[in-house]
Ligand binder design. Structure first.
Ligand code: PGA
Length: 254
């Protein structure tokens, strides 16, 4: 059985007070409402990582995530945060290759390869994002190959043992923060293609890899998306900032 995961990507939102309130609401609701085998991950801005873990230590299925890490272990890189620093704050997961970082910070497949290596070397679980732009989707062909290529370029150097630890998040860029969601057919088509692509390199292991959907997921569309056989949860942006919505999305998991 693949891990079923709903991860919240807070992006650059939430002051300390807002963050603390949100975490305590999520933890309280999760206790009563979310299945024990559903994994919740809260990917907060870095300053929240210092206290957040303490707030859900009693809740075995809630984990802490960062939104990025540097490709080097340490050094003179003002403003950056390394994987060893994250691990020392008991971070469990790290989002890598989010389309906002690919676009605004010019993160390449090659750089993300190095970041993935850093994350894995420090026992962080990468939530590796991939996805096509609107113009690539509208071109009508080639977008599946493009997304599979992102996986090849950044992850196919991993050993099977390493790859087994990675979580994939398919996030069509045209659906992120736009209110447009991929239809369940579009999501299933891409998730199945990604799994087949992973199988071409890693065989049966592909069936063990969780592939999350991201892009304007909300309580109203989560049940249909999560019903797809190859969708194993979601990476949630906007809706993760509201405890009720985030928990309702998590409850939609199979
Ligand atoms: P969204 O963001 O749910 O607000 O579309 C998803 C993401 O960027 O991870």
């Amino acid at each position: 059985m693949r891990k079923q995961i709903v991860a919240g990507n807070w992006k650059m939102n939430m002051t300390k007070e807002e963050g603390q309130a949100l975490i305590s609401e999520v933890v309280n609701m999760a206790k009563d409402e979310v299945k024990a085998n559903t994994i919740l991950v809260l990917c907060t801005p870095a300053p929240h990582l210092g206290y957040a873990k303490r707030m859900f230590q009693s809740q075995a299925n809630v984990f802490l995530g960062a939104q990025d890490c540097h490709e080097k272990a340490s050094g003179a890189y003002t403003g950056e945060i390394s994987a060893p620093i994250l691990k020392s704050f008991e971070v469990d997961y790290v989002i890598l290759g989010h389309s906002e970082r690919r676009e605004y910070f010019k993160e390449s497949d090659e750089l993300l390869k190095a970041k993935t290596d850093q994350a894995l070397a420090n026992n962080l679980i990468p939530i590796f994002c991939c996805g096509e732009s609107l113009s690539q989707r509208q071109a009508g062909s080639g977008f599946i190959e493009f997304v599979c290529g992102q996986i090849t370029n950044s992850l196919f150097h991993l050993s099977a043992e390493q790859f087994a630890k990675v979580v994939i998040a398919y996030e069509p860029i045209w659906a992120i923060g736009t209110g447009l969601t991929a239809s369940s057919e579009q999501a299933q088509e891409m998730h199945a293609a990604l799994r087949k692509h992973i199988a071409s390199k890693y065989g049966e292991l592909a069936n063990e890899i969780s592939i999350l959907y991201g892009g304007s997921a909300k309580p109203s569309n989560a049940p249909e998306l999560f019903a797809c056989p190859d969708v194993d949860g979601g990476l949630i942006g906007g809706a993760s900032l509201k405890s009720r919505d985030f928990i309702d999305i998590a409850k939609a998991l199979k």
